[in-house]
Design a protein around this ligand. Structure first.
Ligand code: SF4
Length: 457
């Protein structure tokens, strides 16, 4: 629940009436409004008492905290969600998918799971989809064996690591092997080990996952950590079934974003790997459910291409901003290996348009240059109607694209549906001939070879 500027103003000096302008705003009220919208920061007001600054900081904190696990390019960020339902705005940080490795598994299995974590990736509409994390479980009872697994994993992957151990000594020892710089997630901290755990976590802070047997049980654990000023937290309500999981995840998300209930304002973790009890189909279905229903980290016992791809595509769909169509980068693309005599075509950057047009060009077997103009993800006709695909927009883009250094034909093919921009493009691109191409991309394979031949005559 977003804090209101009017509520913030009352907490500013002299109940928001000081109006000294030192923050750069004409009044305290104007400053408060900017604070509420995220366009100003508290440090701009030099007159805030420390306890008021702390209270305001708490009010301004996101409803759900953003947590980072791992480091470098493969660091995973989860949380910071602002809504319950995606259509209310958007979801921001897609859930991490983790593969579980127990220290009871043999070396070949361990290596194969790490290989899958490192190598499985899918190119979907120009985006690379990959799994995110490895969860290393202390299951053998042999601390040295667990440490050996952790060392093996650390050396073979740069993915984020979840350390799972009921034995605190083994958990901290594994954390030290990974190193706090890699920000491993420690799991589980429970009501039974919290007192013993807090000093060790304070000593070398890294994110921790709290586990209780209910949502209510998480509240005192999270509150205790907050009192200790340790709040890189992830929550596990201990849900045992899909229905319980949906209920718990929904409750926690609503409490965080609708009620601003701070102890539940953290990302969550779920374990289909344990809850499905060996039923692989059930496990994947549970994971699929939790991608939709608010989980931030999902731990699987294993995956392969056929089980992982649908989950990652589902995740992509759910975490794509519904206000922004999927788009590709504005630039000059090569289809095949085009040369100086190859055709130059142009289209918009809606991902679907780009992939259909480039596939049809590929199907024509004519190496071509394809200019893709940023149209904020709109298709050709809509982009034209919105003034994003016309002479004024295309002319400067074509000049800046570098296509003139790569071709000598000076002939640009525009989509048949926007034949009406031919004249304005001729004005915007002196020296270029504008050719109206097919109306439908499906006609490209039949049309392009003849057109390409005509360029060479
Ligand atoms: Fe008000 Fe502080 Fe800005 Fe002065 S600096 S106008 S007291 S918010």
């Amino acid at each position: 629940m977003a804090v209101k500027g009017t509520d913030l103003a009352k907490k500013l000096p002299e109940s928001g009436k000081k109006n000294c302008k030192e923050c750069g705003f004409p009044t305290c009220f104007a400053f408060a409004m900017k604070l509420a919208s995220g366009a100003a920061t508290l440090d701009k007001c030099p007159h805030l008492a420390p306890e008021v600054a702390e209270e305001l900081e708490d009010l301004l904190a996101p409803a759900q905290k953003l947590i980072s696990i791992g480091s470098g390019d493969r660091a995973l960020q989860v949380g910071n969600e602002e809504v319950v339902y995606r259509h209310e705005k958007t979801y921001y940080h897609q859930p991490g998918v983790a593969i579980l490795i127990a220290d009871t598994e043999d070396e070949a299995t361990v290596d194969e799971k790490i290989r899958k974590l490192n190598e499985l990736s899918f190119d979907v509409v120009g985006l690379i989809l990959k799994p995110d994390l490895v969860a290393l479980q202390f299951a053998s009872g042999d601390k040295a064996r667990y440490e050996s697994l952790v060392k093996r994993a650390v050396g073979k992957t740069d993915a984020g690591i979840i350390l799972i151990s009921e034995d605190l000594d083994a958990l901290f020892s594994a954390r030290d092997i990974v190193g706090v710089g890699r920000k491993p997630l420690l799991y589980p901290i429970t009501k039974d080990n919290i007192d013993a755990a807090i000093p060790g976590i304070k000593e070398n802070p890294t994110p921790v996952a709290l586990r209780a047997d209910s949502v209510e049980g998480l509240i005192p654990l999270a509150s205790r950590f907050r009192e200790e000023k340790l709040d890189d937290l992830v929550l596990d309500a201990g849900s045992k079934t899909v229905l319980d999981g949906i209920r718990d995840q929904t409750f926690m998300r609503r409490a965080a974003v609708k009620q601003s209930f701070r102890p539940l304002g953290y990302p969550t973790i779920v374990f289909p790997c344990f809850a499905a009890a060996g039923d692989r189909v059930k496990e994947i279905l549970m994971a699929s459910t939790f991608i939709i229903k608010f989980a931030s980290i999902i731990v699987l016992s294993d995956f392969d291409e056929s089980s992982l791809l649908p989950l990652l595509v589902e995740r992509l769909n759910i975490y794509t901003d519904p206000r922004m169509p999927l788009s590709v980068e504005e630039k000059l693309y090569e289809v095949g290996e085009p040369g100086a005599d190859s055709p130059v075509l142009i289209t918009t950057n809606w991902a679907l348009t780009y992939f259909i047009v480039s596939a049809e060009i590929e199907g024509s077997k004519v190496p071509s240059w394809l200019l893709v103009k940023d149209s904020e993800g709109l298709g050709v006709l809509t982009a034209w109607a919105a003034g994003k695909f016309n002479g004024d927009a295309i002319g400067p883009f074509l000049k800046a694209s570098g296509v003139e250094d790569k071709t000598k034909t000076r002939t640009l093919v525009i989509p048949g549906k926007v034949s009406r921009i031919k004249g304005e493009l001729e004005d915007a691109l002196p020296g270029w001939k504008i050719v109206v191409g097919p109306r439908e991309s499906s006609e490209i394979p039949g049309w392009l070879p003849g057109f390409a031949a005509s360029l060479k005559n």
